[in-house]
Design a protein around this ligand. Sequence first.
Ligand SMILES: Nc1nc2c(ncn2[C@@H]2O[C@H](COP(=O)(O)OP(=O)(O)OP(=O)(O)O)[C@@H](O)[C@H]2O)c(=O)[nH]1
Ligand SMILES: [Mg+2]
Length: 223
Amino acid sequence: MAASDEMKINLVVLGRTQTGKSTAGNTLLGSSDFESHCSPSSVTTRCSLRRSCRISGIARRSGRELVLCLRVLDTPSYPHSSLSKEQVRDSVRSALAHHFGEEGLHLALLVLRADLPLCPDESHQVVQFIEELLGPTWTDFTAVLLTHADKAEEAGFSEEAYLHSASSTLLSLLSSVQHKYIFLDNQKSIIKEERAIVLRKLLNFIRQNNNQVLLLKHTKELN
Ligand SMILES: Nc1nc2c(ncn2[C@@H]2O[C@H](COP(=O)(O)OP(=O)(O)OP(=O)(O)O)[C@@H](O)[C@H]2O)c(=O)[nH]1
Ligand SMILES: [Mg+2]
């Protein structure tokens, strides 16, 4: 297959602890590579990259099947139960530069729990963190992943009702990332068709940003 029929997609999951970042990475990759479980302390303590290639049936280009190669960088949370902000920021920064330095990052997925309200202080904290990592154009390269959609659904919220009742903080965050958001139920074992729907949405977000990538340099090169 010609290289032009392949598309590499580079993603990073970011967010608070126990929001479902690692599980979301697994859902997207269709694997169980990232360690993920319920814990009273943060589970992920270092960045790790996993990939899933030869994904077909998602998109076509010029009438030809496009084969995706998805790469997901899992990260320790911020805030973290045992790492300082600087430790998390430095390790994510260097992992981004190491893994995506040459090809660039397509999208950062800011993972939030759909079943918990987003309050102004925590939104400010996480947004500031992402801005420090990605720079001033962070909104173009960020989408919000609302995990625990199963719990919101169990509580009787349709997507429309959910957004109607959501905190103004969440609504303003969604607006700042140009309404790039996806509801995700990580709990059920996602079937191929559902995963394809999520991947198509991500692809549309990337297209919405004119297929641009964010180039992330090593800190040393920035000086
Ligand atoms: N019900 C439900 N549980 C979820 C969902 N996503 C994740 N979980 C559960 O939430 C817990 C934490 O998930 P992780 O993926 O480890 O969360 P994390 O954000 O990577 O956590 P840290 O690495 O500790 O920061 C696990 O028990 C998951 O099974 C979801 O969409 N619905
Ligand atoms: Mg994790």
